[in-house]
Design a protein. Structure first.
Length: 365
């Protein structure tokens, strides 16, 4: 039996509902139904690398190292270095223009621009805002994210959520890095690894038709207890750069390589396997794996653990070194433009970076 106070409350609620317009009631009822996420497709890619090449032979003249030592331990033969007046946003804009052209759209059609970078033009405003202005993408919201080498796929995951929820139709995602600006060129353990460049992709609401282009699944993760394994310790609010500490070069990259290697292999494998399990695709369904281009030994170890043969693994780090978040974006664009990845192929991308962070994505082109 309903007591009098509860009955009075129900009567009051029913009377209040009488004044709610019918369309609003229908909308409220729709909120109780399962949400159907919109499909998302990749419709264009682009990349850019600076003209200047820094070879291993060049590095032999700068630090105590050798071409043989670098190739044996990393697989890197050369890397690209941005010009002194070439900004992160300049490289991002170049890559973005190629992606926009490949997608066959106009900048005005872009609703969202996300730039992943650890080397922004300025702390504020975001590098994405500079790119927006360069492109004339007047209808886009623009912001940066910072997930180091995982940035491109973090940006992809974020854009997929916006498009999937109907908050955007067309998104431009970019990762651009001028790592030469934060490398300690006296530290042979790190300066041989990194290069500059940018990669971009355009995402748009997909058709949802089986076999058409689609972002099948994506995964991101972090472990903030391991921030000290790979970081730029100075230059922020924790350790500002001062006259007293500037000689310590705390504004440059510092890395504990052996520990990074161990965590990278484990997390990249687990992240990729989680996508394979969630999507139901099998390793043999994957036409091409595009891993983070950091170290050939890491790439080989991850491919082996995934059961993917070497002829289905895309590698270009010998030309560019580790360009952080831009690495897998550049590799994706090169794979598509070279014909290594074709329309209808399933591509598996997997990355790892400072944070620690890791990410992966399964994409049908």
């Amino acid at each position: 039996m309903i007591d009098s106070s509860l009955r009075a409350g129900l009567d009051l609620y029913q009377k209040s509902c009488e004044n709610i317009p019918l369309p609003l009631i229908r909308a409220m009822n729709d909120l109780t139904k399962p949400f159907k996420r919109l499909p998302v497709a990749l419709i264009g890619t682009g990349s850019y690398v600076p003209e200047q090449r820094l070879t291993n032979s060049d590095l032999e003249k700068m630090v105590d190292t050798s071409n043989e030592w670098i190739v044996e331990r990393t697989g890197i033969e050369e890397r690209r270095i941005a010009a002194p007046n070439e900004k992160t946003s300049d490289m991002a804009t170049q890559a973005a223009r190629k992606a926009i052209e490949a997608a066959g759209i106009k900048p005005e059609e872009i609703d969202l621009i996300i730039v992943g970078t650890v080397t922004p033009d300025t702390f504020t405003p975001s590098t994405a805002c500079y790119v927006q202005a360069n492109l004339g993408a007047v209808n886009a919201a623009a912001f940066d994210i910072s997930a180091a080498c995982s940035s491109f796929l973090f940006a992809l995951k974020t854009a997929v959520q916006y498009i999937g929820c109907g908050q955007a139709r067309t998104a431009l995602i970019i990762s651009s890095e001028k790592l030469s600006h934060i490398v300690n060129w006296e530290d042979r353990s790190t300066c041989v690894l990194f290069g500059d460049g940018a990669g971009a992709a355009v995402l748009r609401t997909g058709t949802g038709i089986e076999g058409d282009s689609a972002i099948l699944a994506s995964d991101i993760g972090s472990d903030g207890t391991l921030t000290d394994l790979l970081m730029v310790p100075g230059g922020g609010s924790a350790i500002p750069t001062t006259e007293e500490n500037i000689h310590e070069k705390l504004y440059t990259l510092a890395m504990r390589g052996n520990e990074v290697f161990r965590h990278a292999v484990a997390h990249m494998k687990d992240s990729a396997l989680s996508l394979i399990n969630r999507t139901g695709i099998k390793p043999e369904d994957v036409a091409l794996v595009i891993p983070h281009q950091a170290n050939l030994r890491i790439i080989n170890a991850v491919a082996q653990r995934l059961g993917i043969p070497q002829d289905r693994v895309f590698i270009n780090l010998q030309k560019y070194g580790n360009t952080s978040g831009a690495a897998c974006a550049i590799a994706l664009d090169e794979a598509i433009r070279s014909g290594r990845a074709k329309k209808g192929d399933i591509v598996l991308m997997v990355t790892f970076g400072a944070g620690l962070t890791w990410s992966s994505a399964a994409i049908r082109l």
